[in-house]
Design a protein around this ligand. Structure first.
Ligand code: FDA
Length: 394
């Protein structure tokens, strides 16, 4: 049986980062993955350009049952550290809204960079390998039965990610390992995911598919995001919707402000003063796409001139624009979700090393644990930071 100091299961963002870090420390590291290619999620991320981190990363941008958990790892391996690595490899990048950093060329460059780092650090990677059984011996070693033979190691790192995008090979493997060793796994939900319409909403709004507008969306707990909102055939998407989906529970209403920088009532009153005979339809169509206006309000109302609308009516219209309350049917689920909320309970892990408090030598990193970031490069930053934290400890 071949023995390694460290075996990492999962050749994704966190696993490769951890492997290179541990390899540079002189550890004998083997990475196993059941896929035929390493870093598949990285390759499709950010529309193929990988939003690899963010200029401004702060703990409140992560959702975790224990909000303090992320602080240590994020402080020890910062976005500036990853940017420096990217620059050392000569990868050109650019900044988009809200400090998001993307490759100029292709996400492939990030995977190549990680694989190069692993190679320089002497890491071995075995793909197309199924792990069928894991046991821990009395002497503290881990024994693994795999489709490529039996292996043993002193430190075992689980980096198998969450459940999002099963088409890309996502599996609940990491949760099963956690449960096998007595660690608590918190319920999982699809995160950073589009919403779907109820059937009657679908009839009314389906035709708006393709329309994008600026918005501020607020969840029941008061969390809000100001970004684009996109209407789709199935429901709502776009950055504002993906962000708020992390804070939404089934059955809860969301509030959408379609004029996020303006007071709709003041705007209507001003229009009434200057163009009293202008129809509501024409007035609103200056501010929002006409098709959206026609879906939000009924025809008799839209045909009225502004001076035919009572004050109460104007208030209701303004409220529909600044505070459109919607109860969505649900989400598109793991099929299209970018992340998985929930997972291995961080209370079971050391925030400095990611090692299980009660199982010496067993580590969990990346998305498999109950840490999910906002849209904008935060999930990769968590993969890098938690990967380095474990890589320094294994
Ligand atoms: P990751 O999923 O990367 O890797 C897990 C690895 O484990 C995979 O290689 C998988 O094959 C392997 N594995 C799974 N089960 C196994 C088993 N049973 N046996 C062996 N191996 C197994 N984030 C961000 O910050 N910026 C972005 O631009 C994007 N964009 C984006 C787009 C899309 C479409 C998705 C789905 C996700 C994103 N994300 C993102 C999120 C980001 O991709 C994600 O948070 C990280 O990849 C998580 O890294 P991990 O290493 O934890 O898991």
């Amino acid at each position: 049986m071949k023995h390694h100091d460290v075996i990492i299961i999962g050749a994704g963002a966190a696993g490769l980062m951890c492997a290179a870090t541990a390899g540079y420390r002189g550890r004998d590291v083997l990475v196993l993955d059941n896929a035929k290619q390493a870093g598949r999620k990285i390759l499709i991320s950010g529309g193929g350009r990988c939003n690899f981190t963010n200029q401004k990363v702060e703990p409140h941008q992560f959702i975790c049952g224990n909000p303090h958990f992320v602080k240590s790892a994020l402080a020890r391996y910062r976005s500036t550290d990853f940017i420096e690595l990217v620059e050392r490899h000569g990868i050109e990048y650019h900044e988009r809204d809200h400090g998001q950093l993307f490759c100029n060329d292709s996400a492939k460059e990030i995977v190549t960079m990680l694989l190069t780092e692993c190679e320089w650090a002497g890491v071995s990677i075995k793909l197309r390998t199924d792990i069928t059984c894991i046991n821990k011996t009395y002497s503290g070693k881990f024994l693994l039965s795999t489709s490529n033979g039996d292996l043993s190691c002193d430190s075992l790192v689980i980096a198998t990610g969450g459940l999002s995008m099963p088409k890309l090979g996502a599996t609940p493997f990491g949760y099963h390992v956690a449960e096998q060793f007595g660690l608590k796994v918190l319920p999982t939900y699809a995160g950073l995911v589009p919403f779907t319409w109820h059937s009657e909403q679908k009839q009314k709004f389906e035709s708006l598919s393709g329309i994008a507008v600026p918005s501020t969306i607020t969840a029941k707990d008061g969390t809000q995001f100001t970004e684009a909102l996109l209407f789709t055939h199935r429901g709502l998407s776009g950055p504002a919707v993906l962000q708020i989906s992390n804070y939404w529970q089934p059955g809860e209403a969301i509030s959408i402000n379609l004029l996020p920088t303006e007071n709709a009532l003041e705007k209507i009153e001003l229009a009434l003063q200057h163009h009293p005979k202008q129809s509501l339809r024409n007035t609103l169509s200056h501010w929002l796409p006409k098709r959206l206006v026609e879906a939000l309000f009924d025809t008799p109302q839209l045909d009225k001139a502004l001076n035919q609308l009572g004050h109460g009516e104007r208030e209701l219209i303004a409220n529909a624009l600044n505070n459109w309350q919607l109860v969505m049917n649900g989400t598109e689920g793991y099929r299209t979700a970018e992340v998985t909320l929930g997972g291995v309970d961080t209370n079971e892990l050391s925030s400095k090393t990611m090692e299980a408090k009660n199982v010496a030598g067993l580590y969990f990193i990346g998305e498999v644990m109950d840490v999910s970031g906002w849209l904008g490069g935060f999930n990769f930053q968590w993969a890098w930071s938690s990967g380095v934290a474990a890589g320094m400890a294994v």
